[in-house]
Design a protein. Structure first.
Length: 167
């Protein structure tokens, strides 16, 4: 799971393995084929996901929440209190609490410096800016074949990223 959790790191990390992107694309293709056959996608049913962002009305936050809830997840808005000036103790305490409440946490609009400070000590999958157009997985939407819009393809890629991070 730790390797797949790195799928969700932000574009600025520069640590994207092509195998991770291939896994996302493969999962999205399978999901798209299942949808064409009429198979529902409640693959995250019962999962709790915290969405850390300043505004739920931003396009990235809306895309994240819609993609997760469409698969049956419950998404809770968490106001961002952590910053690059947060102490290590404050970060550790916040992550410990988030891990007790959620199966995964999505950070939208989080600075790369905060991601670097959090590191791998989260104890739960963290989805870094995955709904952003700058995320490496966003480019995969154009590679999905089939009669779907780019918006639907992007949602499938986002959902595949979530599924792999939570696997």
């Amino acid at each position: 799971m730790e390797q797949l959790a790195t799928i969700a790191a932000s574009a600025s990390s520069g640590r994207r393995a092509s195998g991770d992107l291939d896994a996302i694309l493969s999962k999205a293709v399978a999901m798209e084929q299942a949808a064409r056959c009429g198979v529902p996608r409640p693959l995250l049913s019962g999962k709790m996901i915290g969405l850390v962002c300043s505004s739920l009305t931003s396009p990235d936050a809306l895309a994240f929440a819609h993609a997760a809830t469409e698969m049956g997840a419950h998404v809770a808005h968490v106001r961002p209190d952590l910053s690059t000036s947060s102490s290590d103790a404050e970060i550790a305490e916040t992550l410990r609490l988030l891990a007790k409440l959620y199966d995964a946490v999505g950070f939208q609009g989080a600075p790369a410096e905060l991601q670097a400070k959090l590191g791998k000590s989260a104890g739960l999958p963290i989805l870094w800016n995955v709904a952003s157009a700058d995320h490496p997985s966003a480019a995969l939407a154009a590679r999905l074949d089939g009669p779907i819009s780019i918006a639907e393809a992007r949602k499938l890629i986002l959902q595949a990223t979530m599924l792999l991070a939570l696997a």
